[in-house]
Design a protein around this ligand. Sequence first.
Ligand code: BG6
Length: 264
Amino acid sequence: MEIKNNNASVKIALQGAHIYEYKRKGEEDLLWLSDISDFEEGKAIRGGIPICWPSFGMNNASLPQHGFARTSMFEHIYTKEIDVGTTQVLLRLADNASTRKLWNHKFELDVMFTISSTLKIELKTTNLDTKDFTITQALHSYFSISDIRNIKIKGLENKLYFDALQEKNFLQKGIIEINEEFDNVYQEANEEIVLEDNSKKVHLKSLGSSSVVVWNPWVEKTKRMSAMKEDDYKNFVCIETANAFEDFKLIKPKESHTLSVEIR
Ligand code: BG6
């Protein structure tokens, strides 16, 4: 679906509740989208903001990498015009025979987009079951950049992180600059994150999350990635608002947890 108001325009796929374009009025797309991405049933779109749920990474070996939400069909509940420059869209995934086969729990997963001069995404998980369940999850945001070598990421200084390539923990010294393959999971990250790309700044404010993944596949991994061209690694960085590792969420029956990010 496509939505346009006085402040911004977006494109959102019902499969995965996947936003794959966000343009503020008169500006370029803030999100990166592969121009060879498949828009095919059952395949995740490469770029935009895939929703990784109820498992992020290979956290649950019986589920596909990053869970099944990103390839599931969501229901459109409503589109509401709050004012001429703000629109809200609510999409929902409820458990069904195929989700229960993969993950035997009753749930409701609501994704609320608030589209304005900022983009807010709220991912609300409600446990409709009679037993507890745990989730890990992420808003796996691909940001469009001029060149990976130009960017700086601020707000994660002095945070502990797990380097998924070396499989070791380290302390982040200084701001982040990327000049090789990068796959770090930051813990206890509660401050605003700023992505600087020359004079452009993107601010990320999250709630309900204290873990963040910063990822870029660089040259060799890009060759092995689906729906990515050889040089594409230069054009994006992923900063993923997450509930990962120790930041997993246990949700009791009738309770909810909301993970959200506001991008400006
Ligand atoms: C990131 C992981 O979150 O997602 C990477 O840290 C992974 O290791 C990347 O390669 C992309 O995953 P996928 O399943 O979309 O190809």
